[in-house]
Design a protein around this ligand. Structure first.
Ligand SMILES: Cc1ncc(COP(=O)(O)O)c(C=O)c1O
Length: 305
């Protein structure tokens, strides 16, 4: 990851020149908000998945941190497309970030300018996929997920990710693939960078956003697919023990896609492989992102050219 162009405050600059001052507010105090978006190769060329929804979530995150985004949604949309084109990208991950910059030091960021950068890169494997048919191995983190009493959890804010990073480092150091976190009520809430679903008796179940999970765009896409297919689903709290005895568990996120889970805290889930319901949803999701679905592809894909 050393080549290409990065968009900063209206200009495309060389990858190695995309630098910020060490006294950038966001670096010291976590005052940055960002998005993770994906772009996929389809038969009709490159397409960005749910671009409008990602830009809206970025704007919402910025609003919660009083950030003055000096670009309209249309301008950000165009900047993202320009950045993809400037990098001659194929399948890629897109990371727009807005941050309080260098100016006055101190906890209050308001005197400082808000900058925006957009980077794209190829990011194939977020959760280990050396044996993709095997479900991922999760550990329930010893770190509790921060919640809405401390931070606005609907903001995709850099500050929230110190909590995620602690959980993910713990999981990886213990030999697992990802961490799943409990909220302050002791309920399963989400993984370090994915939403979570379990399947019991053919019903797909995911915790409510009001319990503190990020309003994931992949989660929302899965719920739309389930509704459209008239497959049963519930949005409700999930306890840790229920997860151990689920028929299937899967994670959803832009970086990881839809990822089956085969093991949680050394309990095997189902037969330890990606389950049938998960496979069906994943198949439909992959058809959509590759432009092969009549209804959802039309609605959710923005073609780059
Ligand atoms: C904490 C957390 N939960 C859930 C998600 C999934 O959200 P999305 O599907 O919009 O990528 C992410 C992804 O960025 C995340 O960081």
């Amino acid at each position: 990851m050393t080549e290409g162009k990065i968009w900063i405050d209206g200009s495309l600059v060389e990858w190695n020149q995309a630098k910020i001052h060490v006294l950038t507010h966001g670096l010291h105090y976590g005052t940055a908000v960002f998005e993770g978006i994906r772009c996929y190769q389809t038969d009709n060329g490159l397409a960005v998945f749910r671009l409008t929804d990602h830009i809206q979530r970025l704007m919402n995150s910025a609003k919660m941190y009083f950030m003055d985004i000096r670009y309209s949604k249309k301008e950000l949309h165009d900047a993202i497309i320009d950045t993809i084109n400037a990098n001659k990208s194929e399948d890629c991950y897109i990371r727009p970030i807005a941050y309080y910059g260098y100016g006055k030091m101190g906890v209050n960021p308001l005197p400082n300018k808000v900058s925006i950068a957009i980077a794209v890169w190829k990011w194939d494997e977020y959760i280990r996929e050396s044996e993709p048919q095997k479900g991922a191995r999760l550990i329930v983190s010893s770190w509790m997920r921060i919640d809405g009493r401390s931070m606005p959890m609907n903001a995709k804010a850099a500050a929230n990710y110190a909590n995620s990073a602690l959980a993910r480092m713990e999981a990886l150091k213990m030999g697992f693939d990802e961490a799943v976190m409990l909220n302050t009520a002791g309920k399963i809430i989400e993984a370090s960078a994915e939403n979570i679903f379990m399947v019991r008796d053919n019903v797909s179940i995911t915790p409510p956003i009001s319990s503190g999970a990020l309003n994931g765009i992949t989660r929302d896409s899965v719920l739309s697919i389930l509704r459209h297919n008239r497959n049963p689903y519930e949005i409700r709290d999930i306890s840790r023990d229920e997860l151990y005895i689920a028929d299937e568990v899967f994670l959803t996120g832009t970086a990881s896609g839809i990822r089956g889970v085969g093991n949680i805290d050394n309990r095997i889930i189902g037969d330890g492989e990606t389950g049938q319901v998960t496979k069906q949803i994943k198949g439909k999701f992959e058809a959509i992102i590759r432009g092969n679905d009549n209804i959802f592809s039309k609605k959710w894909l923005t073609y780059v050219n």
